[in-house]
Design a protein around this ligand. Structure first.
Ligand code: UDP
Length: 349
Protein backbone atom coordinates (compact mmCIF):
# COMPACT_ATOMS: atom_id res chain seq x y z
CA UNK A 1 0.00 0.00 0.00
CA UNK A 2 1.42 3.37 -0.88
CA UNK A 3 0.63 5.72 1.92
CA UNK A 4 2.92 7.94 3.92
CA UNK A 5 4.04 5.89 6.88
CA UNK A 6 2.96 7.18 10.27
CA UNK A 7 3.22 6.05 13.87
CA UNK A 8 0.07 5.63 15.96
CA UNK A 9 0.24 5.57 19.76
CA UNK A 10 -2.60 3.68 21.45
CA UNK A 11 -2.91 4.13 25.19
CA UNK A 12 -5.05 1.27 26.45
CA UNK A 13 -4.11 -1.02 23.56
CA UNK A 14 -5.35 -4.07 25.46
CA UNK A 15 -8.87 -2.75 25.79
CA UNK A 16 -11.86 -3.87 23.79
CA UNK A 17 -11.54 -1.19 21.12
CA UNK A 18 -7.75 -0.91 21.41
CA UNK A 19 -6.99 -4.58 20.83
CA UNK A 20 -9.18 -4.85 17.72
CA UNK A 21 -7.90 -1.53 16.46
CA UNK A 22 -4.25 -2.60 16.67
CA UNK A 23 -5.08 -5.65 14.58
CA UNK A 24 -7.06 -3.63 12.06
CA UNK A 25 -4.37 -0.96 11.61
CA UNK A 26 -1.71 -3.62 11.03
CA UNK A 27 -4.01 -5.41 8.59
CA UNK A 28 -5.21 -2.44 6.57
CA UNK A 29 -2.38 0.11 6.64
CA UNK A 30 1.41 0.35 6.55
CA UNK A 31 1.47 2.37 9.79
CA UNK A 32 3.51 1.53 12.85
CA UNK A 33 1.64 1.05 16.11
CA UNK A 34 2.91 1.55 19.64
CA UNK A 35 0.62 0.19 22.35
CA UNK A 36 0.69 0.90 26.07
CA UNK A 37 -1.30 -1.11 28.56
CA UNK A 38 -1.08 -2.62 32.01
CA UNK A 39 -1.94 -6.05 30.56
CA UNK A 40 -1.77 -7.86 27.23
CA UNK A 41 -4.30 -10.70 27.40
CA UNK A 42 -6.27 -9.52 24.36
CA UNK A 43 -3.22 -8.91 22.19
CA UNK A 44 -1.91 -12.43 21.62
CA UNK A 45 -2.68 -12.23 17.88
CA UNK A 46 -0.58 -9.08 17.39
CA UNK A 47 2.22 -9.32 19.95
CA UNK A 48 5.56 -9.85 18.23
CA UNK A 49 4.31 -8.70 14.82
CA UNK A 50 6.35 -6.32 12.70
CA UNK A 51 5.22 -2.73 13.08
CA UNK A 52 3.77 -3.32 16.56
CA UNK A 53 5.66 -2.30 19.69
CA UNK A 54 4.05 -3.07 23.01
CA UNK A 55 4.95 -1.45 26.29
CA UNK A 56 3.51 -3.24 29.30
CA UNK A 57 3.24 -0.45 31.80
CA UNK A 58 0.82 1.48 33.96
CA UNK A 59 0.29 4.65 32.00
CA UNK A 60 -0.93 6.43 35.13
CA UNK A 61 2.33 5.75 36.95
CA UNK A 62 4.77 6.26 34.09
CA UNK A 63 3.95 9.68 32.79
CA UNK A 64 7.45 10.35 31.48
CA UNK A 65 7.31 7.21 29.28
CA UNK A 66 3.95 8.35 27.96
CA UNK A 67 5.27 11.83 27.27
CA UNK A 68 8.23 10.40 25.38
CA UNK A 69 5.94 8.16 23.35
CA UNK A 70 3.66 11.09 22.50
CA UNK A 71 6.73 13.02 21.34
CA UNK A 72 7.83 10.10 19.15
CA UNK A 73 4.53 9.43 17.36
CA UNK A 74 2.22 11.19 14.89
CA UNK A 75 -1.25 10.28 16.14
CA UNK A 76 -2.44 9.54 19.68
CA UNK A 77 -5.51 7.54 20.74
CA UNK A 78 -6.01 7.83 24.51
CA UNK A 79 -8.35 4.88 25.01
CA UNK A 80 -7.84 4.38 28.74
CA UNK A 81 -11.17 4.77 30.52
CA UNK A 82 -13.78 3.00 32.60
CA UNK A 83 -16.79 2.54 30.31
CA UNK A 84 -19.03 0.17 32.30
CA UNK A 85 -22.31 1.69 33.57
CA UNK A 86 -22.28 -0.31 36.82
CA UNK A 87 -19.02 1.41 37.77
CA UNK A 88 -20.34 4.91 37.05
CA UNK A 89 -22.74 4.30 39.92
CA UNK A 90 -20.47 2.22 42.15
CA UNK A 91 -17.25 4.22 41.93
CA UNK A 92 -17.81 7.59 40.26
CA UNK A 93 -14.63 9.05 41.80
CA UNK A 94 -12.51 6.40 40.14
CA UNK A 95 -14.29 7.10 36.86
CA UNK A 96 -13.47 10.79 37.26
CA UNK A 97 -9.80 10.23 38.12
CA UNK A 98 -9.16 7.81 35.32
CA UNK A 99 -11.44 9.07 32.59
CA UNK A 100 -11.02 12.78 33.19
CA UNK A 101 -7.81 13.71 34.96
CA UNK A 102 -5.44 11.31 33.28
CA UNK A 103 -6.83 12.04 29.82
CA UNK A 104 -6.56 15.79 30.28
CA UNK A 105 -2.83 15.31 30.83
CA UNK A 106 -2.49 13.33 27.62
CA UNK A 107 -4.51 15.87 25.66
CA UNK A 108 -2.22 18.63 26.95
CA UNK A 109 0.81 16.61 25.82
CA UNK A 110 -0.69 16.36 22.33
CA UNK A 111 -1.13 20.13 22.30
CA UNK A 112 2.42 20.71 23.57
CA UNK A 113 4.05 18.51 20.96
CA UNK A 114 1.71 19.32 18.09
CA UNK A 115 0.35 15.75 17.77
CA UNK A 116 -2.99 14.76 16.34
CA UNK A 117 -5.38 13.30 18.91
CA UNK A 118 -8.20 10.93 17.95
CA UNK A 119 -10.33 10.91 21.06
CA UNK A 120 -13.06 8.51 22.20
CA UNK A 121 -16.12 10.50 23.09
CA UNK A 122 -19.19 8.31 23.64
CA UNK A 123 -22.77 7.78 22.61
CA UNK A 124 -23.47 8.37 26.34
CA UNK A 125 -22.90 12.12 25.83
CA UNK A 126 -26.35 12.34 24.24
CA UNK A 127 -27.84 11.01 27.49
CA UNK A 128 -31.62 11.10 27.36
CA UNK A 129 -31.72 13.15 24.17
CA UNK A 130 -35.24 12.91 22.68
CA UNK A 131 -34.11 13.08 19.01
CA UNK A 132 -35.01 10.16 16.75
CA UNK A 133 -31.40 9.96 15.58
CA UNK A 134 -28.55 11.74 17.34
CA UNK A 135 -26.73 14.31 15.27
CA UNK A 136 -23.17 15.30 16.17
CA UNK A 137 -23.72 19.00 15.51
CA UNK A 138 -27.39 19.52 16.31
CA UNK A 139 -28.62 17.19 19.06
CA UNK A 140 -28.84 18.46 22.64
CA UNK A 141 -26.96 16.53 25.32
CA UNK A 142 -29.49 15.70 28.04
CA UNK A 143 -28.37 14.47 31.47
CA UNK A 144 -30.27 13.70 34.68
CA UNK A 145 -29.86 15.38 38.07
CA UNK A 146 -26.65 15.10 40.13
CA UNK A 147 -27.85 12.27 42.44
CA UNK A 148 -28.27 10.19 39.29
CA UNK A 149 -24.58 9.35 39.32
CA UNK A 150 -24.74 7.30 36.15
CA UNK A 151 -24.30 10.49 34.17
CA UNK A 152 -20.83 11.28 35.54
CA UNK A 153 -19.25 9.40 32.65
CA UNK A 154 -21.33 11.24 30.08
CA UNK A 155 -20.56 14.58 31.74
CA UNK A 156 -16.81 13.86 31.90
CA UNK A 157 -16.72 12.88 28.25
CA UNK A 158 -18.73 15.95 27.31
CA UNK A 159 -16.25 18.17 29.15
CA UNK A 160 -13.33 16.44 27.40
CA UNK A 161 -15.09 16.91 24.06
CA UNK A 162 -15.53 20.59 24.83
CA UNK A 163 -11.93 20.99 25.99
CA UNK A 164 -10.53 19.30 22.89
CA UNK A 165 -12.84 21.33 20.68
CA UNK A 166 -11.66 24.54 22.40
CA UNK A 167 -7.98 23.58 22.06
CA UNK A 168 -8.68 22.85 18.42
CA UNK A 169 -10.46 26.08 17.63
CA UNK A 170 -8.32 28.41 19.73
CA UNK A 171 -4.89 26.83 20.16
CA UNK A 172 -4.40 24.78 17.02
CA UNK A 173 -4.80 21.23 18.38
CA UNK A 174 -5.37 18.77 15.58
CA UNK A 175 -8.20 16.43 16.62
CA UNK A 176 -11.08 14.12 15.75
CA UNK A 177 -13.77 13.01 18.22
CA UNK A 178 -15.56 9.70 17.75
CA UNK A 179 -18.63 8.31 19.49
CA UNK A 180 -19.06 4.52 19.63
CA UNK A 181 -22.64 3.24 19.90
CA UNK A 182 -22.76 -0.03 21.85
CA UNK A 183 -19.87 -1.78 20.15
CA UNK A 184 -20.02 -5.53 20.68
CA UNK A 185 -17.44 -8.19 19.90
CA UNK A 186 -15.49 -11.14 21.21
CA UNK A 187 -13.12 -9.10 23.37
CA UNK A 188 -15.73 -6.86 25.02
CA UNK A 189 -15.64 -8.14 28.60
CA UNK A 190 -14.49 -11.25 30.36
CA UNK A 191 -17.30 -13.75 29.94
CA UNK A 192 -16.03 -15.62 33.01
CA UNK A 193 -16.30 -12.59 35.30
CA UNK A 194 -18.49 -13.57 38.21
CA UNK A 195 -19.95 -10.32 39.50
CA UNK A 196 -23.36 -9.41 38.16
CA UNK A 197 -23.13 -5.99 36.55
CA UNK A 198 -19.38 -6.12 35.93
CA UNK A 199 -19.86 -6.43 32.16
CA UNK A 200 -21.77 -4.80 29.35
CA UNK A 201 -25.15 -6.32 28.68
CA UNK A 202 -24.28 -8.88 26.00
CA UNK A 203 -21.37 -10.45 27.89
CA UNK A 204 -23.41 -10.43 31.09
CA UNK A 205 -26.24 -12.32 29.42
CA UNK A 206 -23.87 -14.84 27.81
CA UNK A 207 -22.18 -15.37 31.18
CA UNK A 208 -25.52 -15.95 32.87
CA UNK A 209 -26.65 -18.49 30.25
CA UNK A 210 -23.36 -20.37 30.54
CA UNK A 211 -23.54 -20.47 34.31
CA UNK A 212 -27.21 -21.30 34.71
CA UNK A 213 -27.98 -17.94 36.31
CA UNK A 214 -31.15 -16.02 35.43
CA UNK A 215 -30.85 -13.28 32.83
CA UNK A 216 -31.92 -10.01 34.41
CA UNK A 217 -33.79 -7.45 32.34
CA UNK A 218 -33.32 -4.09 33.98
CA UNK A 219 -36.71 -2.32 34.15
CA UNK A 220 -38.23 -4.89 31.81
CA UNK A 221 -35.62 -4.61 29.08
CA UNK A 222 -37.70 -2.52 26.69
CA UNK A 223 -34.93 0.07 26.40
CA UNK A 224 -33.16 -0.12 23.05
CA UNK A 225 -29.63 0.09 21.79
CA UNK A 226 -28.02 0.04 18.35
CA UNK A 227 -25.56 -2.82 18.53
CA UNK A 228 -22.49 -2.29 16.37
CA UNK A 229 -19.98 -4.97 15.55
CA UNK A 230 -16.44 -4.07 16.63
CA UNK A 231 -14.95 -4.84 13.21
CA UNK A 232 -17.20 -2.22 11.62
CA UNK A 233 -16.30 0.19 14.41
CA UNK A 234 -12.54 -0.15 14.00
CA UNK A 235 -12.88 0.00 10.22
CA UNK A 236 -14.36 3.46 10.69
CA UNK A 237 -11.56 4.34 13.11
CA UNK A 238 -8.90 3.35 10.58
CA UNK A 239 -10.50 5.76 8.10
CA UNK A 240 -10.35 8.49 10.75
CA UNK A 241 -6.71 7.67 11.49
CA UNK A 242 -5.77 7.71 7.80
CA UNK A 243 -7.51 11.10 7.54
CA UNK A 244 -7.41 11.33 3.75
CA UNK A 245 -6.79 14.94 2.72
CA UNK A 246 -7.45 16.02 6.31
CA UNK A 247 -11.13 15.05 5.95
CA UNK A 248 -11.55 14.12 9.63
CA UNK A 249 -9.76 17.15 11.10
CA UNK A 250 -11.79 19.04 13.67
CA UNK A 251 -14.78 16.74 13.16
CA UNK A 252 -17.04 14.58 15.32
CA UNK A 253 -18.24 11.18 14.13
CA UNK A 254 -20.94 8.91 15.50
CA UNK A 255 -19.94 5.31 14.86
CA UNK A 256 -22.88 2.97 15.12
CA UNK A 257 -25.34 0.77 13.32
CA UNK A 258 -28.73 2.52 13.16
CA UNK A 259 -30.25 -0.44 11.30
CA UNK A 260 -29.66 -2.78 14.22
CA UNK A 261 -31.73 -1.21 16.97
CA UNK A 262 -32.88 -3.91 19.40
CA UNK A 263 -34.36 -3.92 22.85
CA UNK A 264 -32.44 -5.54 25.69
CA UNK A 265 -35.24 -8.11 25.93
CA UNK A 266 -34.82 -8.96 22.24
CA UNK A 267 -31.10 -9.32 22.81
CA UNK A 268 -31.76 -11.88 25.55
CA UNK A 269 -34.12 -13.83 23.29
CA UNK A 270 -31.79 -13.81 20.27
CA UNK A 271 -28.86 -14.87 22.42
CA UNK A 272 -30.78 -17.79 23.90
CA UNK A 273 -31.80 -18.88 20.38
CA UNK A 274 -28.28 -18.55 18.94
CA UNK A 275 -26.74 -20.51 21.84
CA UNK A 276 -28.85 -23.46 20.75
CA UNK A 277 -26.80 -23.77 17.56
CA UNK A 278 -23.88 -25.00 19.70
CA UNK A 279 -24.79 -28.56 20.69
CA UNK A 280 -22.67 -28.56 23.81
CA UNK A 281 -24.50 -25.51 25.15
CA UNK A 282 -27.99 -26.02 23.75
CA UNK A 283 -29.45 -27.42 26.95
CA UNK A 284 -28.10 -24.55 29.04
CA UNK A 285 -29.81 -22.15 26.64
CA UNK A 286 -33.10 -24.08 26.76
CA UNK A 287 -33.02 -23.91 30.53
CA UNK A 288 -32.28 -20.17 30.61
CA UNK A 289 -34.63 -18.11 32.75
CA UNK A 290 -35.41 -14.44 32.15
CA UNK A 291 -36.32 -12.19 35.08
CA UNK A 292 -37.09 -8.52 35.47
CA UNK A 293 -35.32 -6.34 38.00
CA UNK A 294 -35.59 -2.64 38.80
CA UNK A 295 -32.69 -0.35 37.92
CA UNK A 296 -32.44 0.66 41.59
CA UNK A 297 -32.10 -2.95 42.69
CA UNK A 298 -29.65 -3.91 39.96
CA UNK A 299 -27.39 -0.86 39.87
CA UNK A 300 -28.41 1.27 42.87
CA UNK A 301 -30.30 4.53 43.20
CA UNK A 302 -27.77 6.50 41.17
CA UNK A 303 -28.91 4.70 38.01
CA UNK A 304 -30.98 6.24 35.28
CA UNK A 305 -31.18 4.94 31.73
CA UNK A 306 -31.43 6.07 28.13
CA UNK A 307 -34.48 4.49 26.50
CA UNK A 308 -33.20 4.83 22.95
CA UNK A 309 -29.85 5.66 21.43
CA UNK A 310 -29.81 5.82 17.65
CA UNK A 311 -26.96 7.47 15.76
CA UNK A 312 -27.18 9.50 12.63
CA UNK A 313 -24.18 8.24 10.65
CA UNK A 314 -24.46 10.71 7.80
CA UNK A 315 -21.15 12.32 8.76
CA UNK A 316 -19.23 9.06 8.67
CA UNK A 317 -20.96 8.05 5.44
CA UNK A 318 -20.40 11.25 3.53
CA UNK A 319 -16.96 12.22 4.81
CA UNK A 320 -15.32 8.83 5.43
CA UNK A 321 -17.29 6.69 2.97
CA UNK A 322 -18.08 4.34 5.86
CA UNK A 323 -21.13 2.26 6.68
CA UNK A 324 -21.49 -0.79 8.92
CA UNK A 325 -21.75 -4.13 7.13
CA UNK A 326 -22.16 -6.71 9.91
CA UNK A 327 -25.68 -7.49 11.04
CA UNK A 328 -26.72 -8.26 14.60
CA UNK A 329 -27.10 -12.02 14.17
CA UNK A 330 -23.73 -12.37 12.47
CA UNK A 331 -22.13 -10.33 15.26
CA UNK A 332 -23.63 -12.63 17.88
CA UNK A 333 -22.48 -15.70 15.99
CA UNK A 334 -18.90 -14.38 15.78
CA UNK A 335 -18.95 -13.59 19.51
CA UNK A 336 -20.27 -17.04 20.44
CA UNK A 337 -17.82 -18.76 18.06
CA UNK A 338 -15.04 -17.05 19.98
CA UNK A 339 -16.30 -17.89 23.45
CA UNK A 340 -17.78 -21.34 22.83
CA UNK A 341 -15.55 -22.71 20.06
CA UNK A 342 -12.35 -20.69 20.54
CA UNK A 343 -12.64 -19.41 16.96
CA UNK A 344 -11.20 -15.95 16.43
CA UNK A 345 -12.04 -14.02 13.27
CA UNK A 346 -9.10 -11.76 14.06
CA UNK A 347 -6.58 -14.58 13.78
CA UNK A 348 -4.33 -13.97 10.73
CA UNK A 349 -3.27 -10.65 9.27
N1 UDP B 1 -28.88 -4.37 31.24
C1 UDP B 1 -29.77 -5.34 31.62
N2 UDP B 1 -29.31 -6.44 32.31
C2 UDP B 1 -27.98 -6.62 32.60
C3 UDP B 1 -27.05 -5.62 32.18
C4 UDP B 1 -27.55 -4.51 31.50
O1 UDP B 1 -30.98 -5.24 31.37
O2 UDP B 1 -27.63 -7.65 33.20
C5 UDP B 1 -29.37 -3.19 30.47
C6 UDP B 1 -28.95 -1.83 31.00
O3 UDP B 1 -29.86 -1.38 32.00
C7 UDP B 1 -29.00 -0.96 29.76
C8 UDP B 1 -28.65 -1.93 28.63
O4 UDP B 1 -28.82 -3.24 29.18
O5 UDP B 1 -30.30 -0.46 29.52
C9 UDP B 1 -27.24 -1.78 28.10
O6 UDP B 1 -26.34 -1.86 29.15
P1 UDP B 1 -24.76 -1.82 28.95
O7 UDP B 1 -24.13 -2.11 30.27
O8 UDP B 1 -24.35 -2.71 27.83
O9 UDP B 1 -24.36 -0.33 28.55
P2 UDP B 1 -25.09 1.02 28.07
O10 UDP B 1 -25.65 0.78 26.70
O11 UDP B 1 -26.21 1.36 29.05
O12 UDP B 1 -24.00 2.01 28.09
Amino acid sequence: MSMEKKKVLILGANGFIGSSLVWKILKQTNYDVVGFDISDGKLSNVLGRDRFTFCKTDVLKNKSDVEQAVKDCDIVLPLIAVATPALYVKDPVKVYNLDFESNVEVIKMCLKYGKRVVFPSTSEVYGMCPDEAFDEYESPLVLGPIPKERWIYSCIKQMLDRLIWAYGKHEGLSFTLFRPFNFIGPRLDDIKAKAEGSSRVITQFAHNILNGKPIKLVNGGLQKRCFTFIDDGVDCLVRIILNKDGCADGKIFNIGNPDEEHSVKELAEVLIREFQNYPEYAQLAKDAVIETVSGDDYYGQGYQDAQRRVPSIEQAKSILGWAPTTDFKTSIKLILDYHLLGKDYEAGL
